[in-house]
Design a protein around this ligand. Sequence first.
Ligand code: ADP
Length: 550
Amino acid sequence: MLGTMMDYPLTINHILWRLERLFPRKPVVTQRLEEGQATRSSYGEVAARVHRLASALSRAGIRPGDRVATFAWNTQTHLECYFAIPCMGAVMHTLNIRLFPAQLEYIVNHAEDKAVFLDRSLVPAFEPLIGKVPTVQLVVLMNEGPEPSAAFREAFPQVVDYEEFLRSGDEHFAWPRIDERQAAAMCYTSGTTGNPKGVVYTHRSTVLHSLVAALPDSMGLSERDVVMYAVPMFHANAWGIPYAAALVGASQVFPNRYLDAERLVNLIEREGVTVSAGVPTIWIPILDLLEKTGRKLPTLKRVICGGSAAPPALIAGLAQHGIQLIHAWGMTETSPLGSLCRMRSWLDDLPDDQKLAVRSTQGTIVPLVECRIVDLESGQELPWDGKSVGELQVRGPYITGTYYNDPAASEKFMDGWLRTGDVATIDPDGYIRLVDRTKDLVKSGGEWISSVEVENHLMAHPKVLEAAVIGLPHPRWQERPVAAVVPRPEHKDDITAEELREFLAQRVAKWWLPDEFVFVPEVPKTSVGKFDKKVLREQLAQVAQRWAQS
Ligand code: ADP
């Protein structure tokens, strides 16, 4: 027997409807080039512009299902693209602005993007694609920056200014009826091995993800919040926050391209930001700045931090400033919120150090998603005992079930589960502790060493700002760990490998101690701000050569 409920589609158009009808007065603020200057708008204005944009796209020949790319920083106009493109039936394809030209060329051609919304300041990064992306018919130039050259304008059939493009559209656009399973947005994973892989979100997956992201025990978003994400809008749809914040009517503050600690702190202070989000390498320098200057951020209550493991020292440090760091795990493939760390009521009486240990886990799986861990060799499912280590696998309505046009996709799936490539334990309360990425585990003498755990301990040392641990080939042990350490500037001349080794020896097994500590001015980062261990392995290759010769 079927139920009597309406078969009403879950679409992003509904989020747009709420934003327009319920929250038109709520502010939308974008940081401008000049420090202290901002463009101020509202959801009401954004919604009106979204109508015009959708209509203009339709007049320009964009049809349902067409891919429309963005190549842009975090701004109001990017938010307008987030709504207009999927709500008129096209597919928003956020391009990672930090990729190499060859990767970008592959991605634009693979997705067959028909149009690109391009920030003026990013034209130089897009120029190498001239003549190599034949599907691109329309380039719309957004935001501040120098005008592109005549050669650039001639390289594409149509190049137009964003505001002029908006004027070509109607104030009221008749939204098409959209099937909730239709593609809404797509995002390519950076693909550390092989070519990047395309993940395509549906309207339905986006709405479900937004609801879950906003829940009190998730990001806990409310109409009363002022949200500023320091996650690029090309990184897994800024973790879904633009839609989740709009759904509940929270104001949005856009940092634009200014992601350094000083400017972010200024913006949080000026705009009264209450919730923010970003990878650990965004928060480490912010904590450092707060500590050095004694500045306070009284409005900021919560930061969602993920993308790579949040060091316990960072969690404890921010807590001292009244800022709760909520550790989250996810992947482009999981929309991306997969798990999130909230303290369960029955753990309230734990001593502080054990609470910090819980807060440092990647938390529990989010509603609507199921998880399991599977033995790396036998493929057997493992118990949730907090000890058994296996590959984390997930399934649910906003987990990708395949990759876009990719025949090699099947190896990433197993009996209807997505293989995350992450290695984890799960404890009886469901807290997931990520041990490592499969490819980053250090394999020493037939045993595993968690690079993440060693890094976390190192980053708790008072003289250490950042630390990344990698395994390098070793003639006797297969691999041995090496630590790249960035000292705090005031300790760059008095930090020693001996003291770090001693500090670690009290915290990890002896054979986990890195064979070498290399002091570096910075750890190389990936396009989304994670430690780039591939590049680090290349940079430290001479250590392995030395071992091979000794
Ligand atoms: P990329 O491969 O470009 O990093 P994603 O952003 O999709 O692409 O990265 C997903 C991966 O990031 C996860 O599989 C996991 O390895 C890592 N990750 C995400 N969040 C965390 C976290 N909180 N702790 C440790 N690793 C994390």
